[in-house]
Design a protein around this ligand. Structure first.
Ligand code: SAM
Ligand code: F3S
Length: 460
């Protein structure tokens, strides 16, 4: 097995015969973004074309997630499915990237010796070079953390729809006691202000109307203006909002402790900023929040929410929750339930605590039976679902501004869009000839039906 740890990859020139690439992505939006950038890179260097089925591919890429144990186990199941393909066509290359790759490194090749390349989230810009090196036989592993260099070596992104992700920072330095991200993605590194703005303008030029600024701790982003002054996320949002064509901005995921007054103020005066905020609280119990090292109390979280709601009345709020953190009592769990009802969270994510190797929380003793934790999770999820349903039902009859993203999944004579509060809205086309005109633009629909996972509407 070879280990590559170069810093500046030499970019191979595009080969004339296209490489067929299949990419399977697990995990968060940052992984979605990274997969799109891998494809851009392989397009540039190998004339790559994306194929839907792994059977047709010359290069198989698995972009992995290690946030919870289940996510991690998925990768070996997936590799098991790809193994016979590689046995039938040994010239096919299999590359494993993402957070499991970063954490496990060469151990992946020991468990799955048919893997050719293992690369981390910070070395994805070297993928073509690593694939070249793998041509000589033997697995190639590079999961180093060469700072922000990767962005200097990636081509400008190709937009695939009117919505786009834009990573503004890599890694996380918060070290919440349960979380593996600081170890797999490294410490926070900000992308420079100019680079972020140039990428946003480039995307707008390709027809992107909605940009989601990404980072694991995105509101800790800082840059430098041309005058050398420090710029925060709030100021960055104002600049992105001023780009022609950008009509909606989101950012995710923000941390409550990094939410400054400037960011609250952008909700007051920047209409391009969507009226929806994902602000993970994790728990409603101060005892559990302290153990998680989140750096705020439930009261501080509520007071922040109060200020945000005052700045943008009607804003939709969602969160992540961890149930069954080691030592969580019934009373701690009730604190979480009370907070959920008090804030009135919209569609949110909730997880059972999963001990992650190398994190402080993985060492903790935990007397609560698994059955009890699952019971709590079911109660929380039922409450969150019922709140989200009530919000959908409250939208019936309202006029809703949506960005039309494409055809509806169920019928090509219907179109689909996204509301500000992040709901999928399907609506029938009034005339088939308007399809191209509507996709990629904002329209107003009247909401006529609220289904469990989407809304129906008609053009207003
Ligand atoms: N940066 C974000 C934040 O401020 O919370 C979220 C990062 S993480 C990729 C997404 C979510 O996964 C977290 O908000 C948390 O709820 C969940 N998560 C992280 N580690 C976990 C663990 N060990 N067990 C269960 N859920 C976990
Ligand atoms: Fe993880 Fe906490 Fe950062 S949840 S990604 S360490 S903010």
């Amino acid at each position: 097995m070879q280990s590559l740890n170069t810093t500046a990859p030499s970019r191979p020139t595009a080969s004339p015969s296209p490489a067929r690439v299949h990419i399977k992505t697990h995990g968060c939006q940052m992984n979605e973004y990274d997969s799109a950038r891998m494809l851009d890179l392989l397009r540039e260097t190998r004339n790559a074309e994306l194929v839907d089925s792994p059977e047709q591919a010359d290069i198989l890429v698995l972009n992995t997630c290690s946030i919870r144990e289940k996510a991690q186990e998925k990768i070996f199941h997936q590799l098991g499915r790809w193994r016979p393909l590689k046995a039938a066509r040994p010239e096919m290359k299999i590359a494993v990237g993402g957070c499991v790759a970063s954490q496990e490194g060469a151990a992946i090749c020991q468990r799955a010796p048919f893997v050719d390349v293992v690369f981390g989230p910070q070395t994805l810009h070297k993928l073509p070079e690593l694939l070249d090196a793998a041509e000589n036989g033997g697995a190639i592993v590079d999961v180093s953390f060469p700072e922000i260099e990767k962005f200097d070596h990636l081509p400008q992104p190709t937009a695939s729809s009117c919505q786009a992700w834009l990573t503004v920072m890599e890694g996380c330095s918060k070290y919440c006691s349960f979380c593996v991200v600081p170890y797999t993605r490294g410490a926070e590194v900000n992308r420079p202000f100019d680079d972020v703005l140039a990428e946003a303008a480039h995307l707008a030029g390709q027809g992107v109307r909605e940009i989601n600024l990404l980072g694991q701790n995105v509101n800790a982003w800082r840059g430098l203006s041309h005058a050398g002054e420090s710029i925060d996320l709030a100021m960055l949002i104002r600049y992105v909002a001023s780009i022609d064509g950008i009509e909606r901005i989101r950012f995710t995921t923000s941390h409550p402790s990094e939410f400054n007054d400037n960011l609250v103020a952008v909700y007051r005066d920047t209409p391009e900023l969507a009226g929806h905020l994902h602000l993970p609280v994790q728990s409603g119990s101060d005892r559990v929040l302290a153990a998680m090292q989140r750096g705020y109390t439930a009261l501080e979280y509520k007071s922040l929410v109060r200020r945000i709601v005052a700045a943008r009345p009607g804003i939709s709020l969602s969160s992540d929750f961890i149930v069954g953190y080691p030592g969580e009592t019934q009373s701690d769990f009730e604190d979480t339930m009370n907070l959920v009802m008090e804030i009135g969270f919209d569609t949110s994510f909730s997880f059972l605590f999963s001990p992650r190797p190398g994190t402080p929380a993985a060492q903790l003793r935990d007397p609560t039976p698994e059955r009890e934790k699952k019971h709590r999770l079911a109660i929380l999820q039922a409450q969150l679902t019922s709140q989200a349903r009530a919000i959908s039902e409250s939208m019936l009859g309202s006029q809703c501004r949506i960005l039309v993203t494409g055809e509806s999944r169920k019928s090509s004579s219907d179109l689909q869009g996204r509301s500000e509060n992040n709901r999928v809205v399907n609506f029938p086309l009034d005339s088939p000839s308007r399809k191209d005109e509507l996709i990629g633009s904002f329209v107003t629909v009247e909401i006529t039906d609220a289904l469990p996972n989407s809304l129906l509407g008609r053009l207003a």
